[in-house]
Design a protein around this ligand. Structure first.
Ligand SMILES: Nc1ncnc2c1ncn2[C@@H]1O[C@H](COP(=O)(O)OP(=O)(O)O)[C@@H](O)[C@H]1O
Ligand SMILES: [Mg+2]
Length: 275
């Protein structure tokens, strides 16, 4: 794990309006490596208000499969605080995607409660959850989910259009998000002209453009090689520091776990051995 990739503390005031090019070069500068070397693995939330962004309590989720009940989540407790990078780790089939769907309001639990910024997702119907999701949650998936005929710029702009942001704000916001993910110079390329890592960074820009407070990323690095995955993780750290967003991602790649503020390990629908 290169030192420059490790967690850094979020500033007290997010510098959302000061985009900075991250990827002039493929390699990090010596200066940034030095700056982050040996930064201790402390949780960020010691400086945060005690109010969680998302609170999951006693959550269970079962599915009816034929006549049988498949118990996938068996009692999950989790709190996400503002400006954290949290990882859910676990084998395929352990229940990570099922939990992410519940956290993002795409699904409701069989038992237990989920509060997102105080709103009871477990009690709300799909329309109410969708409204919150549209404004305040971003999603990133393993496959990059970009519109193939639209440029990077147009892809990000589309998400602002759908979120209902005033047109006058689109240009500045699209540009600043693409600069934040290091694609300031590739804004007008279409997905097929970009590498997998670059496409995933466009997907990240698209997912944060409407300023969600929670970004959920389901195996965002699974289809990337290790260098591209490291770039995505560096972008995630930068976003947490600058955009006042909490990122919760799933992975089964042990090499990127060190970047997290906290790792939840899921085995067969429960968390074990939190670090
Ligand atoms: N809608 C569903 N109906 C039935 N079984 C499901 C459904 N969604 C997930 N499962 C099952 O739940 C288990 C956990 O799946 P998932 O949450 O996708 O795990 P992970 O993301 O950790 O690989 C799997 O056995 C999967 O087949
Ligand atoms: Mg999954």
């Amino acid at each position: 794990m290169p030192a420059w990739l490790r967690r850094k503390k979020a500033p007290a005031v997010p510098k959302a309006e000061q985009p900075q090019e991250l990827w002039q070069d493929e390699e990090p500068s010596a200066e940034s490596a030095e700056e982050h070397a040996g930064s201790p693995a402390q949780p960020v939330f010691d400086q945060e208000p005690a109010e969680p962004l998302l609170s999951v309590r006693g959550v269970e989720r079962s599915f009816d499969v034929g006549a049988a009940k498949l118990r996938v989540l068996k009692g999950i407790d989790l709190d996400l605080y503002p400006r954290q990078l949290i990882m859910l780790r676990g084998r395929s089939g352990s229940g990570k995607t099922t939990l992410m769907n519940l956290m993002g309001g795409l699904d409701t639990p069989t038992k237990g409660t989920i509060h997102f910024r105080g709103r009871p997702f477990h009690d709300w119907n799909d329309d109410r959850r969708t409204e919150v999701r549209r404004r305040d949650i971003g999603f990133i998936f393993q496959a990059f989910a970009l519109m193939p005929l639209l440029s990077a710029y147009e892809n990000v702009e589309l998400s602002l259009r759908m979120a209902g942001l005033p047109r006058s704000e689109w240009k500045a916001r699209v540009t600043s998000c693409l600069e934040l993910v290091g694609l300031g110079k590739r804004m007008h390329h279409r997905p097929f002209e970009l590498s997998g890592g670059e496409q995933q960074r466009v997907a990240i820009a698209k997912a944060i453009a409407h300023r969600p407070s929670l970004l959920l990323a389901d195996e965002p690095t699974a289809e990337l090689d290790s260098q591209m995955a490291a770039q995505v993780m560096a972008v995630f750290r930068e976003i947490v520091a600058r955009e006042n967003v909490t990122i919760c991602m799933t992975t089964h790649d042990p090499t990127i776990l060190e970047v997290a503020d906290h790792v939840y390990e899921m085995v067969d629908g429960v968390f074990v051995a939190n670090r």
